[in-house]
Design a protein around this ligand. Structure first.
Ligand SMILES: Cc1cc2nc3c(=O)[nH]c(=O)nc-3n(C[C@H](O)[C@H](O)[C@H](O)COP(=O)(O)O)c2cc1C
Length: 167
């Protein structure tokens, strides 16, 4: 089994590297994976762009995906996981996980930056009314106002549990 990932600003790659170290599996960026691993069993991690899991279609075409992981800035929730799962339409027996990553506008350019200029405003409108103290603690608020990441190994625990139990 191998790990494949697509990352724009590094957060998904960080999760992929943590998973590589925890499971002792080879990891490759989907775009740079060597030809000889084509068709291999794989865990796929991709960043979420406007509700879509970037790279999923290509990964699903070229590899036998056993597990799919989306990384976005939205907090982890059952709803967010279900939304991603519904979008990718992975086969029933392929688990789909969602992990909160990070966001830093300084790392964006071009169309991604332009999209987020608009999206940020919508998100900030929702967060603006929070009490000042709560705002300062809110990871998404911090992501937008100063650049912030919540990437940590503890978020990977459900994935590690799936791996241990998959038999
Ligand atoms: C153009 C664009 C669209 C995004 N859309 C979403 C989204 O729909 N849902 C979400 O949770 N995060 C969204 N994000 C945030 C990224 O998914 C988040 O920053 C993620 O950690 C990026 O991973 P990376 O650092 O590996 O590229 C978006 C970011 C960009 C730049």
């Amino acid at each position: 089994m191998i790990i494949l990932y697509t990352s724009n600003t590094g957060h998904t790659k960080e999760y992929a590297m943590m998973l590589r170290d925890a499971l002792d599996l080879p990891a490759y960026a989907l775009a740079d994976a060597p030809a000889q691993v084509k068709g291999a069993d794989a865990i796929y991690l991709g960043w979420i762009m406007a509700g879509s899991l970037v790279g999923y279609q290509r990964a699903a075409k070229d590899y036998r995906l056993l597990c799919v992981i989306g990384v976005g800035m939205t907090p982890e929730s059952k709803e967010q996981t279900e939304t991603i799962a519904a979008k990718v339409k992975a086969p029933e027996n392929v688990p789909v996980f969602y992990l909160q990553g990070g966001y830093d506008k300084k790392k964006l350019s071009g169309i991604n930056k332009a999209i987020m200029n608009v999206v940020e405003k919508t998100i900030m409108k929702r967060l603006e009314n929070l009490p000042e103290e709560e705002k300062k603690q809110n990871p998404v608020y911090k992501m937008i106002t100063e650049g912030y990441s919540v990437v940590s190994e503890k978020h990977l625990e459900p994935v590690l549990q799936w791996y241990r139990e998959k038999g």
